[in-house]
Ligand binder design. Sequence first.
Ligand code: NAP
Length: 259
Amino acid sequence: MIAGRALALSAPTAIVTGASRGIGRAVALELGAAGARVVVNYAASEGPALEVVEHIKEKGGEAIAVKANVAETSEIDALFKAATEAFGSVDVLVNNAGITRDGLVMRMKPAAWQDVIDLNLSGVFYCSQAAFKLMAKQRKGRIINMSSVVGLFGNPGQANYAAAKAGVCGLTMSNAKEFATRGITVNAVCPGFINTEMVSSELSEDMMKKVTDVIPLGRLGEADEVAGLVKFLAMDPAAAYITGHSFTIDGGIAIGAGF
Ligand code: NAP
């Protein structure tokens, strides 16, 4: 058996952090529809998380919702315990949960810096560490980390977020190298502007126009478009030979708007 390809043969168990809404919700639905047994993690939105579980079950899939703040190591331990008790293994981890606490550097409070680092970077590290303990024994696994184009290019007012997301890309390469011999792949996805609450609650109509003007495809992305890329990296046999990379999905922001 070629390392890592076994995932395509059986129904993998996938933990998706922050899956009650937005991109995480779309990823959970996509993986569930593709045959994964999905652990729908959430921090506060119990109702929406249970709805995601119901959607997956309606389509004939298996899923559970687990409340856990993945910025806290004790809650990460409880999340992985709940996953293994329900489904016996963890084969796929999608480190998706993330927050913004925007502000210019000169005005940024320590809590705004720390909260973003604790969830968006340390949460990814500690969830990955918990997953590796299980996946290394199985000698298979796939981890997908949600970064951002902001982690590649920076953004004024988002020093905390950019630092965390750039850190995620570095962590992805390092973890990919450390766990490759165990048949575990680690990749990152860097979305541009995706049509979720994170963006719609932050951007005024005026800002939205400015943003779409610099996107060559001229529109925001949709959560299910990001979910399609995550599903490929998480479950497709063809992705078994891809590790350590960060994939942008941004309507062309990374190549610039042109003249
Ligand atoms: P969103 O709509 O704000 O959803 C965030 C999700 O994370 C929710 O399910 C939320 O659960 C969960 N969450 C928040 N804090 C958590 C915690 N401490 N522990 C566990 N779960 C927690 O965000 P989104 O736009 O879908 O973004 C998802 C990911 O993509 C993030 O990592 C974000 O940085 C990244 N991203 C987004 C965009 C974009 O344009 N939207 C672009 C680039 C990257 P509750 O509802 O229970 O709080």
